[in-house]
Ligand binder design. Structure first.
Ligand SMILES: C=C(O[C@@H]1C=C(C(=O)O)C=C[C@H]1O)C(=O)O
Length: 458
């Protein structure tokens, strides 16, 4: 497959860097790829993990991050670096007010980690960053020897990496896979009908309801590498992410940027309103025209644009948004998208932007508090890190976070996949259900379930 220029110039595949993690004894690792492969980062191991619980998690982590930066000694070639070290990677739970189930063990309400090794494939050149936590009583000579030894082990592992993807059939035989909805489809559609009734009564204007399906695999456990490999082939224009911890891996290919900040320039997007791709060019155009002309989808979308603009008002100057949405076309689905930009006020950080923006009405609803209450009361699902911010932040306050959609949590022989959709006054439960099925396609395909398998079972 075609690699980004930065990755190609490094001479090896970033996925290999991710794949060698377990052989070096690293149980925590991440893979992060921005749209078009312009920036790929792989982190192995964690020398510092900042964790926070509860609604104050963004502030708590911002404080802990400042503390870490203040104490860091950085030796880097600033002119050549694609970011200002130290760089932390992490994610957040969708709703800190909702109790976490056993499924999401190891994925707290907020987590930022400082990887032991960080590979960055981005302009101007690929880099390797080594992070070490130095205690006051550490012998500097011994420290130097340890670093050299670590680099030797790393070089050795990279020179004889495991096969990626590990040997497995391109498409798994359906008999070894079992797919089931966590909630029967009829019960989920009843939830949607109930939300529509509440909306019509004026309780709120929009709510995003999600559901999960579970994939069980008898022959072997799910591994992130082959799934990432397939996502990379089909979803180059998405953010690809994988975060392994505590025996699980949360991964996905999401089209939705939550926020990106670079040198004070901030970018976010409204992504809401969906239609399937057509099977022929003609059908595809027809679906696109219907989506652009659908007042239901346009309304759903406009709510997101308005709320994002308001959220940015307290953080940014020079806020601009596209005058109208354009189409964002992915392999199995197309959306309405509006780009929104601003300039961060001096001293404000991307973590503050996360706090303001999350959850946007694209994944929560509107008004926010009423929609979140409806999700807590009705959804019967622990979303965990699904539909929440995932990404990185550096010492200069630059960073990039996506909304973790089109995603799954892998644990041993089980994969739990998540998808949802925006419900408004004129939503139809059966159409919303169908929409979640298109959205599941990205991860189902990545995990080896073919297009027409189990057509009626999820
Ligand atoms: C909630 C999801 O997607 C979100 C909801 C959309 C919609 O309702 O049209 C579109 C894109 C996303 O913002 C999901 O993929 O699970």
């Amino acid at each position: 497959m075609e690699q980004s220029t930065a990755a190609a110039s490094a001479g090896f595949d970033p996925l290999l860097c991710f794949a060698i993690g377990p052989s070096l004894g690293f149980t925590e690792r991440f893979y992060w790829q921005e749209p078009g492969g312009q920036r790929i980062m792989v982190g192995l191991g964690s020398v510092a993990t900042l964790e926070a619980q509860g609604p104050e998690r963004f502030r708590q982590l911002a404080g802990a991050w400042q503390h870490l930066i203040a104490e860091a000694l950085v030796a880097a070639r600033p002119a050549l670096a694609a970011h200002k070290p130290p760089l932390l990677f992490g994610g957040f739970a969708f709703d800190p007010e909702q109790p976490r189930s056993a499924l999401w063990e190891g994925f707290p309400d907020g987590l930022l980690m400082l990887p032991a090794f960080l590979f960055t494939f981005a302009a101007p050149e690929p880099t390797l960053t080594l992070n070490v936590l130095v205690a006051a009583d550490r012998d500097p000579l011994q420290l130097g020897d340890d670093i050299v030894a670590q680099l030797e082990v790393l070089a050795q592992a990279l020179s004889s990496p495991p096969d990626v993807p590990p040997a497995m059939p391109a498409v798994t035989t359906p008999s070894s896979l079992h797919l089931e909805s966590l909630l029967p489809p009829a019960a989920w559609m009843e939830q949607v009908a109930q939300a529509v009734r509440q909306i019509r009564r004026g309780a709120y204007e929009k709510v995003v309801l999600a559901r999960a399906v579970r994939l069980l695999r008898q022959d072997r456990s799910f591994e992130p590498e082959p799934a990432l490999w397939r996502l990379r082939e089909g979803y180059q224009e998405a953010y690809l992410f994988a975060f392994s911890r505590a025996g699980s891996c949360f991964l996905g290919a999401t089209p939705e940027r939550l926020v990106q900040a670079q040198g004070g320039a901030l970018e976010t997007m409204a992504l809401a309103g969906s239609a399937p791709r057509g099977r022929t060019l003609h059908e595809d155009e027809q679906r696109a025209c219907e989506l652009l002309g659908s007042s239901k989808n346009q309304r759903e979308h406009q709510i997101v644009v308005e709320v994002l603009r308001q959220a940015l008002a307290s953080l940014c100057t020079e806020i601009h948004s596209d005058p109208e949405p354009h189409l964002r076309r992915l392999k199995n689905i197309q959306h309405l998208e509006t780009r929104i930009t601003g300039r961060l006020q001096p001293g404000r950080s991307i973590l503050e932007a996360l706090e303001e923006l999350h959850p946007t009405p694209a994944v929560g609803g509107f008004p926010r508090a009423a929609a979140l209450a409806a999700i807590r009361a009705g959804e019967q699902l622990d979303r965990g890190w699904y539909a929440a911010p995932i990404g990185w932040v550096d010492a200069a306050g630059n960073g990039s976070f996506a909304v973790a959609l089109r995603s799954a949590l892998l644990r041993g022989h089980e994969a739990t996949l998540f998808a949802g959709g925006g419900i408004v006054a004129d939503s139809d439960p059966a159409s919303e259900y169908a929409e979640t099925r298109w959205k599941f396609r990205a991860m189902l395909g990545a995990l080896g379930v073919e297009e027409d398998d189990d057509e009626n079972s999820f």
